[in-house]
Design a protein around this ligand. Structure first.
Ligand code: C2E
Ligand code: MG
Ligand code: MG
Length: 499
């Protein structure tokens, strides 16, 4: 979008050029033809030489490269990298002076709808105008960056307290709410904002951005427009805060590992898929269960890097198994926050392509509440994943309240009945009824039904009678590390052949 940059540069040089042009016109009108021609040719000479010199100067090229590295090509605003650096510099200053700074993450509401109804080009122009408007609204000492998609970040390097930060964020939102003209179309835009303060809510750029992101997400969920990270912070005791810090370093230090649990097709008893389940190998506490650290990651903005790390390991493992002739569908769990991340489909595509794994080898499992948190966005990301050929499953089915018409609109292919009903279905009438109706529902909607938490032979037989498609549970195999799983699979195949 070099045009955009030229547009900005033009705004700064237009006034002197207009003055010179007026001078030429005046001299010409008064009959000073020679003088007018002399000014004109001097002007042309300066412009042509300036252009030539600029294009030949290696430092001009260097500056261009540096600009491209640190700026978003669409809006020409600083990108995440430059924003990080600015937050870092601000923190250094604020530590010396004992002042506060605010990081705001701003996300346009329903941007996808604008993009889809008016076209991507209009969407791009709107993002450019939004960036321009944000820059105009803020002070020169503030920074605006585009983080990607419809997400912007703002740095207010000096802010008194929480109230001042909230007032600033609301002022920004108010400025955006005036209609924005894009190609003669007047667009109404709303945005949700999340704020994290230095030093109150984080001591480094990454933490501040993650916490502002968490606050933005809760603003979106509550439809409140703007939230401070403070609310989430109150939930955390010093011990939990330490654990969050440990998890942050643990993810980048490769302390996460995956255990795999098979899924068996009841019609022929074949292992057809495997679910990847995250474990955290904490240096002091040992193997930590996902039930303790996934909710923590979900509430602290760490779920994005965590999910990416899990996807990368699971896709790596799929590629390794495929190269050894083991072709199984790999299921990975997603969290609600992942479905508001417009970059996720693209990142998954890249991971699959890099490892040569076909898209239909991957299934993503979404808990019922995942879809209910932000249905419009969820549907958008799900449709993109579905269009790529990735399988989608509703996990822990029966625990939420997914409305039937809504379920029909989602591009899901599988229902996984929650283990709390499956485990007790042979002795609890209500649970048996729920499993029975989930299987019937799945059949009517043309979905595959998987029962999880199968611990006994009796449950497995009952599920077979009811027409359930697949089972997963301790009765078949517990979740185990990749090498143990491979051994288990070989032994099972061997036993089948021998029988
Ligand atoms: P889930 O996706 O429903 O995974 C199935 C859980 O049921 C696993 O617990 C598994 O160990 C357990 N399970 C399997 N068979 C049986 C059985 O026969 N009896 C009983 N009692 N339990 C059984 P796990 O590994 O502790 O995972 C718990 C939950 O944590 C998962 O539930 C999933 O919601 C979440 N989770 C795990 N890994 C990830 C991840 O990478 N990302 C996200 N977002 N969530 C994850
Ligand atoms: Mg699951
Ligand atoms: Mg489940």
């Amino acid at each position: 979008m070099r045009v955009m940059r030229t547009k900005r540069q033009f705004r700064t040089v237009a006034a002197p050029l207009a003055l010179l042009a007026a001078a030429v016109g005046l001299l010409w009108a008064n009959g000073h033809y020679t003088a007018a021609l002399a000014v004109l040719s001097a002007l042309c000479f300066v412009l042509v030489m300036g252009r030539l010199l600029a294009s030949r100067r290696p430092d001009g090229e260097l500056a261009d490269n540096e600009f491209a590295l640190l700026h978003d090509p669409l809006t020409e605003l600083p990108n995440r990298l430059l924003f990080h650096d600015r937050v870092h510099q601000t923190i250094l200053g604020a530590t010396r002076t004992g002042t506060r700074a605010a990081v705001i993450v701003l996300d346009v509401d329903r941007f996808k709808e604008i993009n889809e109804s008016l076209g991507h080009h209009m969407g791009d122009l709107l993002l450019y105008e939004l960036g321009y408007k944000l820059t105009e609204t803020l002070r020169q000492s503030d920074s605006v960056a585009r983080l990607g998609g419809d997400e912007f970040a703002i740095l207010l390097p000096e802010i008194d307290d929480e109230a001042a930060a909230l007032a600033a964020a609301n002022k920004i939102r108010a400025a955006l709410s005036n209609p924005i003209a894009v190609r003669d179309v007047s667009l109404e835009v709303e945005a949700s904002a999340g704020i994290a303060l230095y030093p109150d809510h984080g001591l480094d750029p990454e933490t501040l951005l993650q916490h502002a992101d968490v606050a933005m997400y809760s603003a979106k969920k509550a439809q409140s427009g703007c939230e401070l990270y403070a609310r989430a912070r109150h939930e955390f005791s010093p011990a939990r805060l330490r654990l969050v810090q440990d998890l942050r370093t643990g993810i980048s230090a490769g302390q996460l590992e995956l255990h795999y649990q098979p899924k068996v097709r009841l019609s022929d008893n074949r292992v057809v898929g495997v679910e990847a389940l995250a474990r955290w190998n904490h240096p002091e506490h040992g193997l930590v269960s996902p039930e303790s650290f996934i909710p923590l990651a979900e509430r602290t903005g760490l779920i994005r890097p965590l999910t990416l790390a899990v996807l990368e390991m699971a896709i790596d493992q799929t590629a390794a198994w495929r190269s050894r002739g083991i072709q199984l569908a790999m299921s990975v769990n997603l969290s609600p926050r992942n479905l508001t991340d417009h970059e996720l489909p693209h990142q998954i595509k890249r991971l699959l392509e890099e490892r040569g794994v076909p898209t239909n080898s991957l299934e993503l499992e979404l808990r019922e509440d995942t879809i209910n948190a932000d249905p419009k966005r969820a549907r958008d990301v799900l449709s993109r994943l579905d269009a790529m050929g990735i399988w989608l499953a509703i996990d822990d089915f029966g625990t939420g309240r997914t409305a039937l018409p809504y379920l029909q609109q989602l591009p899901v292919t599988t229902l996984k009945v929650d283990r709390s009903f499956v485990g007790s279905m042979t002795h609890e009438g209500d649970d048996a009824a729920l499993v029975r109706s989930a299987i019937a529902l799945g059949r009517n909607l043309g979905l595959r039904v998987v029962a999880e938490g199968v611990e006994t032979d009796a449950v497995m037989n009952l599920l077979r009678q009811l027409g359930c498609d697949q089972v997963q549970g301790f009765y078949v195999c517990r979740p185990v590390p990749a090498s143990d799983f491979e051994r288990w699979l070989r032994e099972r195949e061997y036993a089948e052949q021998a029988a």
